[in-house]
Design a protein around this ligand. Structure first.
Ligand SMILES: NC(=O)c1ccc[n+]([C@@H]2O[C@H](COP(=O)([O-])OP(=O)(O)OC[C@H]3O[C@@H](n4cnc5c(N)ncnc54)[C@H](OP(=O)(O)O)[C@@H]3O)[C@@H](O)[C@H]2O)c1
Length: 280
């Protein structure tokens, strides 16, 4: 199955869906050959396993998209030396995307950290650079005087936080920053029973009868994200579910009315599962 791509503001391309190694498979085997985009992080402490899985898969490096994220810096460490350690663990010469994981880890030093992220890009240790869990103020801090604007901001995105994300997403649009999501399935499986559930089920049934093949509630939310051009980072411990995620691209599109119904239902509730956004 060919996975469609999004184009970043530096011209590089990224597969629209990534397999996250940070939750379900934390500390476990990260080998999932059907995905080509793997979302890792220094914080997940499994870069060696991801590297071993990449090697074992036999997939050419150029066919893979590997992300890692900068953790809290140790004394005498920089974003560049931290990436060099990651590359060693991953057994790679470069990552495709290097993100600053949590702005609050670098309070008062964000600009300085971003300068070193830019160095990583210039020296081709990272093809693209970006951030995660950044709000408007964090982005403005690094955009001011930047040589390269971030290519991606990875944040928790689903209908129960959609309204609150509008200011940061407007800034993304202004600077061509790709919005990337994690926690996209939160309303369905971490906070079920809310106002979104009946809306999603109705859309799921409509898509299933249109498609004449099964459609899951998770696919409805991932389709909603895909239609916005959002880079989806998801995960699963189950092979069937991984196939289901990848199959989302083949699910028929939601109508404008369905999209509006999702956002109206989402606006009735605020629920966030990660404390990382807002720099905590
Ligand atoms: N940048 C950051 O700060 C940050 C923070 C958090 C996460 N992340 C990244 O995002 C990745 C994605 O994780 P996520 O948990 O946020 O993704 P998600 O898409 O919100 O949720 C995936 C989870 O949903 C479950 N699921 C899917 N369909 C289901 C169903 N029908 N019934 C019950 N459960 C179902 C899966 O469980 P099964 O295993 O049972 O399929 C899986 O654990 C992480 O691995 C990590 O790489 C980044």
């Amino acid at each position: 199955m060919t996975i469609s791509t999004l184009t970043l503001n530096d011209g590089n391309r990224v597969p629209w869906i990534a397999f996250g190694t940070g939750t379900a498979l934390r500390h476990q085997d990260a080998q999932k050959p059907r995905f080509t985009h793997f979302d890792g992080a220094q914080m997940y402490e499994n870069e060696e396993r991801l590297g071993a899985a990449i090697k074992a898969s036999g997939t050419p490096r150029s066919a893979l998209f590997i992300t890692t994220k900068l953790n809290r810096l140790q004394p005498d460490q920089t974003a560049k030396t931290a990436l060099q350690v990651s590359l060693e663990k991953l057994g790679l010469e470069y990552v495709d995307l290097y993100l600053v994981h949590v702005p609050g880890h670098h309070a008062g030093r964000l600009k300085e950290v971003w300068k070193t992220m830019e160095e990583c890009k210039r020296e081709k240790l990272a093809k693209s650079i970006g951030v995660s869990n950044f709000d408007v103020a964090h982005l403005q801090e690094i955009l001011d005087g930047a040589e390269f604007p971030p290519s991606v901001n990875q944040v928790e995105i689903h209908p129960y936080v959609w309204k609150s994300l509008q200011p940061v997403m407007a800034l993304h649009k202004e600077h061509g920053i790709i919005t990337s999501s994690y926690g996209g399935l939160t309303p369905l499986f971490r906070a079920p029973g809310g106002p979104l559930d009946p809306v999603i089920e109705k859309i799921r049934a409509r898509l299933e009868s249109t498609r004449e093949q099964p459609v899951s509630i998770g696919q409805v939310l991932n389709k909603w994200l895909q239609q916005y051009g959002i880079l989806v980072v998801t995960t699963s411990s189950k092979a069937d579910r991984m196939r289901e995620y990848l199959d989302t691209a083949k699910v028929p599109e939601l109508t404008a009315e369905e999209i509006e119904a999702i956002e109206n239902a989402g606006a009735q509730r605020y629920h966030k599962f990660s404390a990382l956004f807002n720099g905590l």
